[in-house]
Design a protein around this ligand. Structure first.
Ligand SMILES: Nc1nc2c(ncn2[C@@H]2O[C@H](COP(=O)(O)OP(=O)(O)OP(=O)(O)O)[C@@H](O)[C@H]2O)c(=O)[nH]1
Ligand SMILES: [Mg+2]
Length: 417
């Protein structure tokens, strides 16, 4: 079945702008420089991809600590299901501060990799589970080269070159594709690379979401997460909006952080936030896939009104992927009617991805936040608020489904330094 990859190759048009080259200065390793490129299941959204970045960054960290000189190549953003404009080839620097990422492990944009190392990849290692599934219910860390289960849907040998999606860069190809059945976490992939592929100069690991975190929420998780600062453009846009819409600024909100995340350590309660309530109301596909755990629009409005009243906040910042009909409906149910609903609309010149990150930044600075059950979009806001130093009770909240007044609230994954 060749359709998925051929269809994706046709979606090449809307490229993102080029800006900036990453610099790094890490002397951990003495070996010849090698590149670790990675990709994620095409169906995954932006914020799960941010989580996978932390897993792979910790693979590179461990490889470097053990003397292997890997540079992490950042997978361009593109063709995401939620991006209605279907942009592709978007650089990380559009959303994130690449210099800051670089302070955790050396990283580079894919276009810089091409400039430096060409259009060829030596090996694609396609991660997959074991065809036979779990054995005896035991979680055993293991990996083995096995026959491919599904990689043939995404990679195809044409002459002596393996072709694939490669982030919509049609000139890129690989010398080889192998499938690695793996059960495990970042360190398991480290072991696999050390054992079988540490001579590979340009190694790409596809389906990286297959590996888990070594320890979710530990210091290495948080170091990778803290290094994931937003780009100057995102921060400037978000701060300007906060100021104009809510008269919110870092001094008054006590959300000043140092430029370098390595020197930033804030305590819970240091931040108080701007004079507004932020709600992340996840709709669209979530209405189907998480039906039992999210409220109706009317139910959401009721909960928001109660919280606004309790906290004496009459300014609501709404971060949502809902359509305008649902937003108008929500506004009409807010009570008392002096609660003002404000959104960051962006404008046609901004990408869907950029607008969504600005939404997250504005929510991260609110006095109080309420998210949507099991949305990785909400989870990333929790983390930003932990970094800024908010009290956990202002952060780990979610909207309950209708007729469930006291639903279970999100797990408090508090920051570790
Ligand atoms: N602007 C904006 N976009 C949103 C909002 N909520 C969701 N989106 C869009 O939908 C995407 C969210 O998808 P994911 O990043 O997969 O997060 P999720 O779907 O909530 O969580 P999982 O599917 O569990 O990973 C974002 O990247 C946006 O493109 C929102 O509040 N504001
Ligand atoms: Mg999603």
């Amino acid at each position: 079945m060749k359709t998925p990859f051929l269809v994706c190759l046709l979606l090449l048009d809307l490229s993102c702008a080029y800006n900036g080259v990453a610099q790094f200065d890490d002397q951990t390793s003495v070996q010849e420089k090698k590149y670790l490129i990675y990709d994620v299941n095409p169906g995954e959204g932006f914020n799960l991809r941010r989580d996978v970045y932390m897993r792979v960054a910790n693979v590179v960290r461990q490889l470097r600590e053990q003397g292997y000189n890997y540079i992490l190549v950042l997978p361009p953003w593109g063709n995401l299901y939620h991006w209605r404009k279907r942009e592709n080839k978007c650089k990380w620097s559009e959303f994130f501060d690449v210099e800051s990422l670089n302070l955790f492990v050396p990283v580079m944009e894919f276009e810089d990799f091409i400039k430096e190392a060409g259009h060829q990849i030596d090996l694609v290692l396609y991660l997959q589970s074991y065809a036979e599934g779990w054995q005896d219910g035991e979680f055993e860390m293991k990996f083995d080269i096995r026959p491919c289960i599904e990689a043939q849907h995404y990679y195809e040998k044409v002459g002596d070159k393996w072709r694939g999606m490669f982030f919509s860069y049609s000139e890129v190809w690989s010398h080889d594709v192998k499938c690695l059945s793996i059960q495990g976490q970042s360190s398991t992939l480290v072991d696999a690379i050390k054992k079988g592929f540490n001579e590979t100069y340009r190694l790409m690991v596809d389906r990286s979401e297959t590996i888990l975190h070594d320890h979710f929420g530990d210091i290495h998780y948080w170091r990778a997460r803290r290094s994931m600062r937003y780009s100057k453009a995102v921060i400037e846009m978000g701060d300007k909006f906060r100021h104009e819409a809510f008269n919110s600024n870092d001094i008054d909100d006590r959300t000043v952080i140092k430029d370098n995340w390595q020197n930033t350590e804030k305590k819970h309660g240091d931040a108080i936030g701007g004079n507004y309530l932020c709600v992340h109301l996840r709709r669209r596909d979530f209405v189907r896939s998480h039906k039992k755990n999210i409220p109706s629009i009317e139910g959401a409005a009721k909960q928001i009104s109660e919280t606004a009243k309790r906290l004496k906040l009459n300014q609501l910042f709404l971060s949502t992927d809902a359509d305008t009909v649902e937003i108008d409906e929500l506004a009409s149910f807010l009570s008392p009617s002096n609660i003002t609903l404000t959104r960051f609309e962006g404008g046609p010149q901004l990408s869907d991805g950029f607008i969504s990150v600005v939404d997250q930044w504005v929510c991260a600075h609110a006095k109080h936040f309420i998210g949507t059950h099991q949305s990785t979009f909400s989870f990333r806001i929790h983390e930003d608020r932990e970094i800024l130093g908010f009290l956990s009770e202002t952060t780990f909240n979610r909207l309950c489904p209708d007729h469930e007044n006291e639903c279970e609230q999100p797990a408090k994954w508090t920051i570790v330094y």
